[in-house]
Design a protein around this ligand. Sequence first.
Ligand code: ZN
Length: 204
Amino acid sequence: MTPLDTLIKQFERFPGIGSRQARRFAFHILTLSNEEVSQLVHLIQTVHSQVIPCPSCFRFHTSVSGDTRCSICRDSSRDVHKLTIVERDSDVDAIERGGVYDGLYFVLGGMVPLLDSQDTKKVRGGALKHTIKTRIPQGLKEVILAFSINPDGENTGRYVSMLLNESIASNAITITHLGRGLSTGSELEYADSETIKNAFKNRS
Ligand SMILES: [Zn+2]
């Protein structure tokens, strides 16, 4: 395999990128100047070394002054009674844009597909249990499930409920779901602020 073929293969591994797009990316790189290529390589290395997952919520963030926690987990004005579990980083951004939620988060990292319920490798189940365990003595009272309203989202909700069953039952914590203001099949990422606000207000 030539280096060009290898590069195309690498791009094919990107989420949502097919072989045609991967080829276009690779050929675009061939049109760049040496300087532009150096800048791109440097940028990727910088992002890769400075942007790290928060050890508590697993959101990717730029680490400042050696503190590995993200700005939300570091913020002492956030309400430690509430923790919202989302599928991915962009869901946190969407909820923050809604401006109504002031609790903490956990980014699960993926979904548990309905048709392959054994496929839990891509989600951070163990890390979630650990985060919940450390948040309980800090006053955690409510775990909010904020997954997409579709079969995979609902299945992921069942998986998380099962995972947390023990720690939740013995510590009087409630699990709530976002209100159905979010229409069926909708993804948080694309919901507008008003819809997200209502979904949080109408959670149950
Ligand atoms: Zn965090």
